[in-house]
Write a protein that binds this ligand. Structure first.
Ligand code: SAH
Length: 398
């Protein structure tokens, strides 16, 4: 039997939870000493014992659980999941119907009403990511609900239970048709090779869809493009398809070379005409400066934290420096596409980093476009802190 626990919330947290704040933090809980199991249903009450919301207990890197409903009578059962998933699917009607895009997010955790649960669609296949043992304890009900709402060609899952959100290595196949990988998906008419059973990542970050489109449609024609932290080279593919005269993709991971060749090849791009470097980006900056290489467009999409033999890098600390290094190898009049998915700072702070870097480099700039999460990466109303993606297109003036 699932455990039901009454949890008293400190008064200063009550209003936010009532207004739609989805995350249950440790600090918000008044009740102490009650043992809660992963997957326990929590009846949240205010200091005078009045019902506020129903949540589940699940330890993640942030928080100890998520609010599921603010209706006292609502039960957390298969029907509840059917309702949530149906609403999420209905919101993505346009993407389901789009012929030139066959991969997108179907269910975005807290933004769609169930924190800790992510569902992505890849050309008929579904990939479910579980962020705690608590949410995973609802696995059977959720899989039944999913297959009632949509047609599932094949099902894969990723377990990301560790409290730091790390992937647990396993065979990710669950049921239905086994995919033949690479599976080719379409995104705004571009092809991308994905593998749903190859470790933590699939080959493409779906949240950058609008950025790839903007790069292809408005920033690539006749330009040289440097793609740093390039992973499988998804931005490089967009640039070539947009008419770039040349691309350079730089990533320190050895697997990035075959993966990038694959992305070019499925789009019938001659990869030998493009540069792919397996190299530390910070070494590449020095290499490029020494060879007086400069680019019209530079994509900067570092991981939030990176550690190599030589350096530790954190976007929250080192982004200005990264931009200053980038400026040295960007042509005047060129564009830097600066991106970060670090949730610990917001767009305003990110723009502060940009301003700092340009001011310290005595260079004027103009912001041309800004992107945050695309429409399928739903975020809770009134709580923009869940909109972790920040991308700024910066024109380098003089
Ligand atoms: N921009 C990519 C996603 C980047 S993921 C895309 O849109 O698909 C982060 C990548 O940074 C990983 O592939 C990782 O191998 C790479 N990376 C981490 N530290 C690095 C470093 N110091 N130099 C080069 N690449 C690095």
């Amino acid at each position: 039997m699932r455990q039901l626990v009454e949890v008293k919330i400190k008064s200063k947290f009550v209003t936010d939870i009532k207004n739609g704040y989805p995350l249950l933090s440790k600090e918000a809980v008044e009740t102490s000493g009650v043992a809660m199991d992963e997957g326990s249903i929590l009846r949240l009450v205010d200091p005078s014992g009045r019902y506020i919301a129903t949540a589940y207990y699940g330890l993640q890197n942030k928080g100890i659980g998520w609010v599921l409903t603010r209706k006292e009578q609502e039960k957390i059962d298969k029907q509840f999941f059917v309702k949530k998933i149906s609403e999420a699917v209905a919101r993505r009607k346009n993407l389901y119907e789009a012929e030139d895009t066959t991969a997108f997010r179907v269910f975005n955790g807290e933004g769609d009403g169930i924190g800790g649960l992510i569902i992505d669609f890849y050309s008929g296949f579904y990939m479910v990511s579980w962020y705690s043992e608590g949410i995973y304890s609802f696995r059977e009900e959720i899989y039944q609900a999913l297959s009632e709402v949509v047609e599932v060609r094949g099902l894969y899952e990723k377990l990301r239970f560790n409290t730091n959100g790390q992937y647990v290595e396993q065979d990710d196949y669950v049921s239905g048709e086994k995919g033949e990988f690479p599976l080719i998906i379409l995104e705004n008419g571009m092809k991308y090779a994905v593998d749903l059973n190859d470790g933590a990542m699939t080959g493409i970050f779906l949240d950058q869809r609008n950025v790839r489109k903007a790069l292809r449609d408005h920033y690539s024609k006749g330009k040289t493009v440097l793609n740093t932290f390039s992973y499988t080279g998804a931005f490089s593919v967009a640039a070539v398809l947009g008419g770039a005269t040349g691309t350079t993709s730089v990533d320190v991971a050895k697997r990035s070379l075959p993966k990038t060749i694959e992305q070019f090849s499925v789009n019938e791009i001659d990869y030998e005409a493009q540069d792919i470097k397996v190299m530390d980006v910070f070494d590449y900056f020095r290499y490029a400066a020494r060879h007086e290489l400069k680019y019209d467009v530079v994509v900067l999409d570092p991981p939030s934290f990176a550690r190599t033999k030589k350096i530790t890098f954190s976007t929250a600390k080192d982004y200005p420096k990264l931009l200053k290094d980038t400026l040295k190898i960007t042509n005047q009049g060129g564009v830097i596409i600066a991106s970060t998915n670090n949730a610990s700072f917001n767009m305003k702070k990110f723009k502060g980093f940009i301003d700092k870097a340009f001011t310290e480099s005595n260079t004027r700039y103009k912001i041309l476009e800004e992107h945050q999460l695309p429409e399928d990466f739903t975020v809770p109303h009134n709580y923009p802190e869940f909109n972790y993606l920040k991308v700024v297109f910066i024109k380098v003036m003089n």
